[in-house]
Design a protein around this ligand. Structure first.
Ligand SMILES: Cc1cc2nc3c(=O)[nH]c(=O)nc-3n(C[C@H](O)[C@H](O)[C@H](O)COP(=O)(O)O)c2cc1C
Length: 408
């Protein structure tokens, strides 16, 4: 057998603290910390703890050139080599290591920049009730944040001598100002009325639909959309959790940008409900309700939306042009940000509430929609629908533009 190192490896020296009663009884705080090494390899589900001897072995190996495993076993011992193969930090050429090798090869084929891929992998959540954690820490209100962190950096930023400032004219208002001013992150959806299909379809068409097409070169068509996209590649797909839309079966869908249509996708209720079992408050929810809740990190005020849109780039489409490029992942994130703003404004223009959040459980979403996180994966979730009559959860609408006809 031959071996090589996995494609990307980043080693983190981490101080890990734990509580020990003996340390408390002998007069200390009880908190004992020690340094540990963690190996981050983005094709793996989590960082792997390694020791100094593992580091020595990994530091000898190329991620490109294969060497005979026998040589390595001689120098470092068979158990150590086997342990790193099992973990997926080493890649073996033979059949028993096919799963790890395929994961590594799939990762290589996408052309991620190394550090961007490590950051992306480290930022994905699995089953986190972020809303519950924030609530428990007393950090949900501005007052709670102020008490915990002190005052934030100033709201306005001054540069240079204010006396040298040049006052600017204020343009007259147009209908576009009304749309801009009426946008407010919606945390109070009407859970009783279904969203009309025509509004649902219109928002999707405006945000994700193709408005035109140009032939760039042979086998290279370029779509025109309402948001900009780095390299005009439009890598971001829209996956939908439809909960309450008129005339549509609740379930999972993929939006087809080319022909403005919905592709129904299977919903694995058994798998999703098994995940729900980990959350005491969610055990009697249906699969779709749980998926909506966990997708947005336990934020029920967003999960109540009649439709949630998962924004998930196909990374390899962007990285086809921007190969192993240090800015390519940033471009994918910016693309998603543009799409979300277009969605928020499109929904607002129709009198609908809308939101975007990055506090999402990527792993849960990936499992539900059959995404890998490496080839394609969610960076944000948006939602839209009718606003409720009364505001139960806070919204930032000081000029009462979104809530002009409603009660607080
Ligand atoms: C990238 C991004 C992530 C956000 N994530 C959350 C979130 O997890 N939960 C939430 O309640 N609001 C979230 N928001 C909404 C912001 O809290 C909101 O934009 C801000 O309070 C300003 O209010 P406005 O959107 O009504 O102007 C997010 C906004 C952005 C742009």
């Amino acid at each position: 057998m031959r071996v090589r190192r996995c494609a990307v490896l980043w080693l983190e020296p981490r101080e890990v603290a734990h509580f020990e009663l003996d340390a408390l009884l002998s007069g200390g705080t009880g908190v004992v910390s020690r340094m540990q090494w963690f190996a981050h390899a983005p094709q793996l589900p989590a960082p792997v703890e390694v020791d100094a001897d593992d580091l020595a072995l990994l530091g000898e190996l190329s991620p490109l050139d294969w060497i005979a495993a026998a040589q390595l076993r001689e120098r470092h011992g068979a158990a150590r080599v086997r342990g790193l193969l099992v973990a997926g930090l080493l890649v073996g050429s033979t059949k028993p290591w096919a799963a790890q090798r395929e994961a590594d090869e799939c990762f290589r084929s996408q052309r991620w920049h190394g550090l961007a891929s490590v950051w992306h992998a480290a930022s994905r959540w699995d089953g986190i009730d972020a809303a519950g954690e924030v609530e428990a820490a007393g950090m949900r209100t501005a007052q709670g944040l102020r008490e915990a962190y002190g005052a934030p950096p100033p709201m306005l930023h001054e540069r240079g001598d204010a006396k040298a400032r040049i006052a600017l004219s204020r343009a007259g208002r147009t209908a576009f100002d009304d749309v801009l001013d009426a946008r407010a992150t919606c945390r109070n959806f009407d859970t009783t009325r279904p969203l009309p299909l025509t509004l649902f379809a219109q928002v999707l068409e405006r945000v994700f639909g193709a408005r035109g097409r140009v032939r760039g070169a042979d086998d290279f068509d370029v779509l025109k959309k309402t948001s900009p996209s780095g390299g005009a590649l439009h890598p971001t797909e829209c996956y939908l959790i439809v909960r309450k839309v008129e005339g549509l079966q609740p379930g999972l869908y993929h939006y087809r940008a080319g022909d403005h249509a919905l592709q129904p996708l299977p919903l694995d209720e058994t798998r999703i409900l098994a995940d729900a079992g980990r959350h005491a408050s969610m055990q009697d929810k249906g699969a779709l309700d749980f998926l909506a809740w966990i997708a947005v990190g336990g934020q029920q005020w967003f999960a109540d939306a009649p439709v949630l849109c998962v924004l998930a780039p196909r990374f390899g489409r962007n990285f086809w042009k921007y190969r192993n490029h240090p800015k390519a992942y940033r471009v994918c994130i910016l693309d998603v940000g543009h799409l979300s703003q277009t969605l928020l404004l499109s929904a607002t223009e129709q009198g609908l509430g809308s939101f975007v959040t990055a506090a999402i459980n990527e792993f849960d979403i990936e499992r539900a929609f059959g995404l890998t996180g490496i080839v394609d994966g969610p960076l944000a979730v948006c939602g839209f629908g009718m606003r409720a009559e009364a505001m139960q959860t806070y919204e930032l609408d000081p000029n009462r533009k979104a809530w002009s006809h409603r009660t607080e």
